[in-house]
Design a protein around this ligand. Structure first.
Ligand code: HSE
Length: 307
């Protein structure tokens, strides 16, 4: 096999109380990429479609940087061409850079006969993700690779846990058409937090993980709270609290900032509630005059895949 086409999904990182460690994978939104073996040594980005201004130089492109990291480590014969059909808008908060970073290494691994496992692929993808967010984090990469909910237990050594996804869980996401750079959304966060807030956050986080294991929707609802990051980043998103309030009134289990924003996610039990939440989000956001997209999706338990 010399060429492969893959789907690299969008993801939601943080999931309210799990800043930098928890994430889940979306079903209906993602990039498509073609990875091709070449005789010429090196990594070459040959096509970028989707209308976004992204660099073709491999060392400046997220997909290229992760591919180069893997290429230099494995030293395969020949090289690889990468085509990116970008569907996830950069700066949207649903793991655009992670999808690119994951797609190239996943595709190369397939073409090389799968010498690496998903944790090893995550480590190479982190190099690409770091180019976009100016620091290494894997909470979008891990769900894009593994699917479902993932918990990044540690970066050094890299350890990723797969957390079960309750059946009948749906996500509704509103993506206001403004751009927030992850690096800037990280720069506004405090370097230290009060112990009382840390205690509240890890109680919610532990409860959320337990609730996902036991499909306890009531506990999921009581755990989806972020007392550390939301107070800062919500200021970057017009009408954030109004959207959140209307979402909860429509029956969502909870809502929060998706990754570093501006997208806002909410989780619901059942498709009907997720669709009602979409209507409520629409109504709340119409008032801003800012264009937006809304997506309703199942949680994708498979992650990146060959098309
Ligand atoms: N955990 C990262 C952050 C995710 O919130 O900065 C970025 O998508």
């Amino acid at each position: 096999m010399n060429e492969i086409k893959i789907f690299s999904p969008a993801t939601v990182a943080n999931v309210a109380c799990g800043f930098d460690v928890l994430g889940f994978c979306l079903d209906s939104i993602g990039d498509e990429m073609v990875i091709r073996k070449t005789d010429k040594k090196g990594i070459f980005i040959t096509k970028i479609e989707g209308g976004f201004k992204l660099p073709y130089e491999a060392e400046l492109n997220v997909a290229g940087v992760s591919a180069l990291a893997m290429y230099h480590a494995l030293k395969p014969e020949g090289g690889f061409e990468i085509e990116i059909h970008k569907k996830i808008k950069p700066g949207s908060g649903i793991g655009s850079s992670a999808a690119s970073a994951v797609g190239s290494v996943f595709g190369m691994n397939q073409l090389l006969g799968r010498p690496l496992n998903k944790t090893q692929l995550t480590a190479f993808a982190m190099k690409g993700e770091a180019l976009a967010s100016k620091c290494e984090h894997a909470d979008n990469l891990a769900p894009a690779l593994f699917g479902g909910f993932t918990l990044v237990k540690s970066l050094e050594p890299l350890e990723i846990l797969q957390i079960p996804t309750p059946n009948d869980m749906f996500v509704t996401i509103i993506h206001p058409q403004i751009e927030i750079k992850t690096s800037e959304a990280r720069a506004i966060l405090p370097k230290e937090v009060a112990l009382t807030k840390a205690v509240a956050q890890w109680a919610n986080f532990g409860s959320l993980i337990h609730a996902l294991h036991t499909s306890d929707f009531g506990l999921i609802q009581r755990s989806l709270n972020d007392v550390i990051v939301e107070p800062y980043r919500s200021q970057l998103i017009p009408n954030y609290f109004e959207v959140k309030t209307e979402t909860l009134k429509a029956g969502a289990l909870g809502a929060g900032i998706s990754g570093s924003g501006p997208s806002i996610f909410s989780l619901s039990k059942g498709l009907e509630t997720a669709n009602n939440v979409a209507d409520a989000m629409k109504k709340a956001y119409n008032k801003t005059g800012i264009d937006f997209d809304i997506h309703v999706s199942k949680i994708n338990k498979e992650g990146v895949k060959v098309l």
